[in-house]
Design a protein around this ligand. Structure first.
Ligand code: BGC
Length: 267
């Protein structure tokens, strides 16, 4: 029998039209949740993903909103709650990179990355948490609500040439932990997933030639690049009552990337 721990729950996944977000949205749907597929570009893809998830027997909605825009975020949550009543699970996944040597980094590159990766989490989480507190506990879960933040191994691994991205993920770490402390009395669970190298469009240059992939694999003790399903499975667990006592944690799903792999070869 298929394990469907999220039946009857309503989830929203930001940036669910590609990469890790798509993998998470599909996994939550397969686990029985109704899923909002949020996107900001590529409406057709988002609609197709929503339709494919719905074929599994859950409800889905593809909703456009730029997570860094307060009014768009508010409108998206209003639409979700007017259709389905409330939200049980928020996955703050939307994120991007605009890489540059620090001396060349423009304010636009800085602001875009911080705006989507960090301010986007603030805006979406605030809407979700307000609604969770307003309606209180529901019989579908032991927790009043679950918030999952998509962090990165770069919440702990510094990354030259990516100061904006690493700063955003370092910010996610204490954003998540501070919220976990503040929201625990409401029984809203807040956790992060820190993916390592997952094969998606964001890091195509790191895997799309044999030489690039070989070089990437020197950083991954487990010897393979990750796939979105690896993160989807972790998200289902963190969203479900199976992890009911897990709170304020970052779950690293990285094939060992954070184990200082160079020290496996000497030191
Ligand atoms: C980045 C990827 C990178 C991975 C491991 C992720 O957070 O978005 O580009 O491959 O970390 O370094």
């Amino acid at each position: 029998m298929v394990h469907q721990p999220l039946v009857g729950q309503n989830a929203l996944v930001t940036g669910a039209n590609s990469g890790i977000g798509e993998g998470v949205a599909r996994a939550l749907g397969a686990a029985g949740a109704n899923v909002v597929v949020n996107y900001v570009t590529a409406e057709d893809t988002a609609e197709r993903i929503a339709k494919e998830i719905a074929a599994g027997g859950v409800e889905t909605l593809a909703l456009r909103a730029d997570v860094s825009k307060e009014a768009e975020v508010a409108a998206m949550f209003r639409e979700m709650c007017s259709r389905w009543g409330t939200i049980d699970i928020l996955v703050n996944n939307a994120g991007l990179q605009r890489d540059a040597a620090f001396v060349d980094m423009t304010l636009d590159q800085w602001n875009l990355v911080l705006g989507v990766n960090l301010t986007g989490m603030f805006l979406c989480t605030r809407e979700a948490v307000r609604e969770m507190i307003r309606r209180g506990p529901r019989p579908v879960s032991r927790a009043t609500g679950k918030v999952i933040c998509m962090s990165s191994v770069h919440e702990v691994i510094p990354w030259a040439g990516h100061a904006n991205y690493a700063a955003s993920k370092g910010g996610v770490k204490l954003f998540m932990q501070s919220l976990a402390q503040e929201l625990a009395p409401h029984r809203i669970r807040v956790n992060s997933i820190a993916p390592g190298a997952i094969q998606t469009p964001i890091n195509r240059a790191a895997w799309d030639t044999p030489a690039a992939l070989a070089s990437l694999l020197t950083l991954i003790p487990y010897g393979r690049i990750g796939v979105p399903e690896d993160i989807g499975k972790a998200a289902v667990w963190l969203a479900s009552d199976d992890s009911d006592y897990v709170h304020g944690q970052t779950l690293f799903v990285d094939g060992g990337m954070t184990l200082y792999p160079e020290f496996g070869r000497g030191g």
